[in-house]
Design a protein. Sequence first.
Length: 171
Amino acid sequence: MIDDEQIVNMLENVHLLRHLFIRRISEKSPLHFGQIAIMKTIEQNENCTQAIIAEFLGVSPASVATSTKRLQKAGLITKTVDKDNLRCKRLSLTDKGRSAIENHMDIFRKYEELIFQNFSDEEKETLMKSLEKLVYKMREIEGIDGDFSNPAELCCLLIKKVENIDIRKEI
């Protein structure tokens, strides 16, 4: 019989192996992983501000400013001054930026295809239902409402939740 710890260990292995893949890909990419997250956020929120990106990704505005400056210099994004607030800059992807994101996402899609190539549709469905059930229970335990199909959104929420927890009280 499989015990809970074995399942948790297997989930941790999956997490670590995916992290290894991301690091390996990031080392070969001219873009840093954080820059990709910023570009994906811009892609999903065209003409957003640096402040919106910082809030969404749960990082400091200074970090976003540094990264967007590099992305602009590389020709991957543009910054335009907001007509209503001259201190505010709106961000958008250039064609080169869109192409870079698409190339990066293609690498992830190919990796995912390799991972699941030996799974039948039925096995994928069973795995998905089991993971949904697991995530639902974990969200319930953590008091997280809503459905987060985008892991970046859940990550931002979790960062905010953790920042509000006094660790000493939790232990």
